[in-house]
Design a protein around this ligand. Structure first.
Ligand SMILES: [Zn+2]
Length: 230
């Protein structure tokens, strides 16, 4: 009987929490770094992100920052660790909607931004998050301050890039040495075990594919991206 009461209470509380989530995201999307983007692949095997469409409107997540630990190191590091100093300003890499902003285990204070082209960027170990789930953010907007919350030995940002919940090398998005955006396209292919992201130049993109530009669907809310026909 007592267990049933506890269960009932748990259900009521979780439904209340759900009702208060006005961002339109599911509770999975609001509470977990790795969450699928509804409708992103829409039955397709691959999608193409047009980096050139962002070339005039992007920001490096931590201006002036240096990579102190790269993607794939230390037995499968899921992002790049970038460092400047404590409480430095972390910036949104391009327009998007904040899917998640909370304290989350080893990530500490973490923010996940979903961008209109399906890309998601993750900013973690923050001393403070300056925005909340459901907020619309603009390119370069200050979203957090660098810290060492969660599992971190120094103040830095652990920066991830994700497609449909799966992380890939942020070096495919940014040249980490000169902090500029990479050129061309990223072909993102779903596989049995996850996702493969491959850089392509514009000549390598099949002509019948319309790459995903930021203008393809409206910014608010970015829940179900609307693709042009491919
Ligand atoms: Zn890291």
């Amino acid at each position: 009987m007592r267990n049933r009461l506890v269960l009932l209470l748990f259900i009521v509380i979780s439904q209340l929490a759900e009702a208060q989530n006005t961002s339109g995201f599911s509770s999975m999307e609001v509470n977990h770094v790795s969450a699928k983007t509804p409708g992103l692949f829409a039955g397709r095997k691959s999608i193409y992100l047009n980096l050139d469409s962002l070339s005039r409107d992007y920001a490096f997540p931590l201006p002036g920052g240096k990579v102190i630990s790269g993607y794939g190191t230390r037995g499968g590091h899921s992002g790049d660790d970038i460092k400047t100093r404590a409480n430095d300003t972390i910036r949104a890499v391009c327009d998007g909607v904040v899917r998640m902003a909370k304290l989350y285990g080893a990530y500490g204070n973490v923010i996940v931004v979903r961008h209109p082209n399906g890309l998601e960027t993750v900013y973690s170990h923050n001393s403070r998050n300056l925005i909340k789930s459901g907020d619309v953010v603009k390119t370069g907007q200050a979203i957090a301050l660098t810290g060492r919350t969660g599992r971190a030995t120094t103040e830095h940002i652990h920066f991830e890039t994700r497609i449909n919940g799966k992380h890939f090398n942020p070096g495919l998005l940014f040249n980490m040495q000169d902090r500029t955006l990479q050129k061309g396209f990223l072909k993102c292919t779903q596989t049995a075990s996850g996702i493969v992201v491959k850089p392509l130049n514009s000549k390598e993109v099949p002509t019948k594919v319309k790459p995903l530009n930021l203008s393809l669907y409206k910014l608010t809310p970015i829940l179900k991206p609307v693709w042009d026909d491919v």
